[in-house]
Design a protein. Structure first.
Length: 341
């Protein structure tokens, strides 16, 4: 901290007054011991100010101490000459030299102290910045930990879906596929539909979300029918005549080039190519479960379908051929066959 010059002058004057008063009492003679005490005790004030304030203390205290000593220790008219004569003695000059050395050492220490203070301010500022950065890093670490926890949950979710798709029967695999579709596409509703023989174009094998509230399979779905007919994924916006009751996205479930079902989604916020591709991938993952059902691996035989893009050959009476999974008596249908859409 910078000391004001006024304070230096006051301290030098006060120290000089104390030392001269003590010298007058102790010496008991005229001239306050000037010329008798060598070096004069007033140098104690100079040395103290030099040690405390360096060169500034020396420059301030020497004039104050010796001017006061000159005017108080002898006649005023001869005070300057008397003081200079006493100051020219070897003892007083030696005391002055000692005071100069002390002030120089103090100045060196003062510069080192100022340098350390600057470094300390820099370290404190850096510490404050590091503390702020550390707080941000803690927040980022918490966010990454939360994201990692979500990733662990996502991996567990995907593991369960994959297990059901791989080892479950057709219904369980369809439920798992719909769960994945709802989570991946953010769809409002989704369903797995298969060809039906009860007069409806398609029947719902499994559904998720508000499927029946949106019309379900009671209303003909142009998007699903087109996906079955063409054997490729399709969007409602790419079909002429698609309405609000039709699905937004549809992807066929193909087994050995035969369309055996379709996966549809409604209420999809982003109906881009990426969403359609994701739906097609899920339909591809679902195909092995239908293949097992077709071969009787899950306890039933899936009826004959048609190859993607092919129309069913008409029978003699003009109706579509029914697959071998239908019995003549109209009993329980254990497989599924594709009829004319």
């Amino acid at each position: 901290m910078q000391i004001s010059s006024k304070r230096l002058w006051i301290e030098a004057a006060a120290g000089t007054a104390i030392v001269l008063g003590a010298t007058a009492v102790a010496a008991g003679g005229p001239h306050l011991g000037l010329g008798k005490l060598s070096p004069h005790p007033v140098w104690l004030v100079v040395l103290a100010m030099s040690a405390r304030y360096g060169v500034r203390g020396l420059v301030t205290s020497v004039p104050v101490a010796w001017v006061a000593l000159a005017f108080l220790g002898g006649p005023w008219r001869t005070a300057p000459a008397f003081a200079l004569k006493a100051l020219a003695t070897p003892a007083e000059l030696g005391a002055l030299g000692a005071a100069v050395i002390v002030s120089w050492i103090a100045a060196v220490h003062d510069r080192a102290c100022h340098a350390l203070e600057e470094k300390l301010r820099g370290v404190v500022a850096k510490s404050n910045r590091d503390a702020a950065a550390l707080g941000e890093l803690r927040q980022a670490a918490l966010a990454l930990r939360a994201r990692n926890d979500r990733l662990d949950l996502s991996l567990a979710f995907l593991r369960d879906v994959a297990r059901k798709l791989e080892t479950g029967d057709r219904a369980a695999a369809a439920d798992a596929a719909l769960t994945l579709i709802m989570a991946r596409l953010g769809a409002r509703a989704a369903a797995v539909e298969v060809p039906s023989s009860d007069g409806r174009p398609l029947s719902t094998l499994a559904s998720a979300g508000a499927w029946h509230a949106a019309g379900g399979s009671e209303v003909p779905d142009t998007t699903a029918a087109e996906a079955l007919r063409s054997g490729r994924p399709i969007r409602a916006v790419d079909i002429t005549g698609a309405g609000p009751t039709d699905s937004d996205l549809a992807a066929p479930i193909v087994v050995d080039d035969v369309a055996v079902g379709v996966v549809v989604a409604r209420g999809v916020s982003r109906m881009g190519a990426a969403s359609l591709r994701d739906l097609a991938v899920v339909a591809e993952w679902l195909a092995p479960a239908f293949e097992k059902a077709r071969s009787g691996a899950d306890g039933g035989a899936l009826g004959g379908g048609r190859r993607a893009g092919e129309l069913p050959p008409p029978s003699d009476d003009g109706s579509a051929d029914i697959g071998p999974g239908d019995d003549a008596a109209g009993g329980e249908r254990r497989g599924l066959s594709l009829v004319t859409i």
